[in-house]
Each structure stands twice: as C-alpha cells, then as structure tokens.
Write a protein that binds this ligand. Sequence first.
Ligand SMILES: NC(=O)c1ccc[n+]([C@@H]2O[C@H](COP(=O)([O-])OP(=O)(O)OC[C@H]3O[C@@H](n4cnc5c(N)ncnc54)[C@H](OP(=O)(O)O)[C@@H]3O)[C@@H](O)[C@H]2O)c1
Length: 285
Amino acid sequence: MSRDFNFKQELTACFGQPVSENPTQVMIEAAYKYHRLEWRYLTIEVAPDRLAEAVSGARAMGFAGFNCTIPHKVAVIAHLDGLGESAAIMGAVNCVVRRGNELIGENTDGKGFLKSIREVADPMGKRVVVFGAGGAARAITVELALAGAQHFDLVNRSVSRGLELAELLKRKLGVSVEFAPLTGGYKLPENCDVVINATSVGLYPNGDARVGFDHSSLRPSMVVADVIPNPPDTQLVRDARKIGCRVIDGLGMLVNQGVIGIKYWTGLDPDSGVMRRALEAIFAE
Ligand SMILES: NC(=O)c1ccc[n+]([C@@H]2O[C@H](COP(=O)([O-])OP(=O)(O)OC[C@H]3O[C@@H](n4cnc5c(N)ncnc54)[C@H](OP(=O)(O)O)[C@@H]3O)[C@@H](O)[C@H]2O)c1
C-alpha cells in the first residue's frame, strides 16, 4: 500500500543583514516541529540593494510571510501592498504576512510587548516611563498608546531622537508625553505604574551594564520591563525583582512577537513555553 507524500513545505523567513546571529529560527522551528507543521523558517541574508528582488522572490515562491530586521524595517514598506494599523503609525514593519495575493506589513515587536504586559497588568490609564527612543521604544509606545496608556515619560540619551518620538505620539495618538534627557540622576516619578528599558543597554556581552538612572527610585508597586532578550536577567530585572516589582523580561517579548507571527502566518496559536525553552537552551550554551 502506498502512502501520500508531501515534500513541499510552507516557507517563512527572516530577511536582514547582518542576520546570522538572529535566533528567531530556533523558537519558530521549535513551534513548527512541536505542532507537526510541515513549515520552515529560513534565516536569509539580504543586502539593502537586493531587498526588492528578495520580496519578489518571496511572492514568486509563495512564502506565507517573513520577518524583517535591520536594515529593512522601513525600506520594505515600499515593496508591500498594505500596512496594519500600528505599522502604519510607526512607519516600520518587522513581520510581513501573505493575505490572499497581497503582502501586508505588520509590526509584532510592540504587539509582543503588549501581550507580555497584559499577562501582569492592563495598560489602560497607566503612567509609563520609557528609556530609549529607537525602533523598540517606538513600537512599544505606539502599541501601549493604542491600548489606552495615558501618559508617557520618555527618557533618552539623544535629545533629538527623544523629541521626535514624543512628537509622533502626541500628533498621531493624542497622548500626553513629557521628554527628559537620560542622566544618571533621573528619578522615576513616584506615581508611575510601568517602567520600560527599551534601550540596548544590558545586551550581551555587556550584561552587567545599568540603564543610567537612579535605581533607588524603583518602587514595589511598579511593573518593570526590559527588552533585552540576552541575557534576560539584566541589572534592571534583578534590581526590580529584589524589591518585589512585577517583572517582564526581554525573552518574554521576543517569544510573544514570535507567537503573534506564527498566528498571522499559520492561523495556529503556538505553545509559547516550547518556544521560550528552545531559546533558553541556546542562550545557556
Ligand atoms: N525582546 C524583543 O523582542 C526585542 C525586540 C526589538 C528590539 N529588542 C532589543 O531592543 C534594543 C533596542 O533596539 P532598537 O531596535 O530600538 O535599537 P535602536 O533603534 O538602535 O535604538 C537604540 C536605543 O538605545 C539607546 N542607547 C544605546 N546605547 C545606549 C547607551 N550606552 N546609553 C543610553 N542609551 C543607549 C539609544 O539612544 P540614542 O537615541 O541616544 O542613541 C536608543 O534609544 C536592542 O537591544 C534589541 O535587542 C528586543
């Protein structure tokens, strides 16, 4: 008796340059395997001047979608057929999804963060301090504003970048925003509800680096989040845990943006525990 074979897998990918150190494949393929999906997630180096061809290639080969990382998050928009709401506000796409014959750009960085924070607190009406004003800060603040956060205190090293994000949040989302330059003496407002490190401070190999503000102003009532996935137990995470804050680490955000990407591409809600354990295993090596 013969059986039906299927040697054609559904394709997804990450386009970036450099991209070889990007660990997304590990968690996504762990989920595909666990859920017995005949799908693949490829890590593909795409130079900026070949991005148009890469997107055409993905269309021609019927990719279900792909992630975009540095330096393609803004440039990819010119090659797509439409954008989701938050990606349009941010002007950045990190997840492309094939819907019918169209490629639609979404941004799952902020949505992954939102999913993580909702596991511990509802952002509605909250006062949020955000360190950083780069891509991660932009994605997180736009998504939190759409979810009803009331006020942002943006704190960034570069004043021009900080003011630019403050302006975007006020103009496009009508939220209240104050900007402060990042200095070692910055104290968290007593009544802030959520504190987020969205800078790259603390990323491997500088895992012991501290975000330069007065950590003695942390209070146990605050929800503290860090975007750094490797190592996940940053100084901020450790300081916040020590005094009893509810804490969200960067691995949680990374896993949750992958969960949302898989849901967009396959329609399936993957097991986030399988994905987190796959990443923890490689970071522990
Ligand atoms: N967990 C996740 O799923 C996830 C998702 C996306 C990103 N991330 C992480 O988020 C971090 C930021 O990514 P991004 O895309 O936002 O990068 P980015 O656009 O380059 O922005 C970097 C931010 O970090 C600040 N910064 C860098 N070095 C600093 C220092 N020594 N002191 C103070 N501030 C400093 C920059 O301040 P200036 O404006 O002054 O330069 C800027 O605000 C990365 O480490 C990335 O791994 C995590």
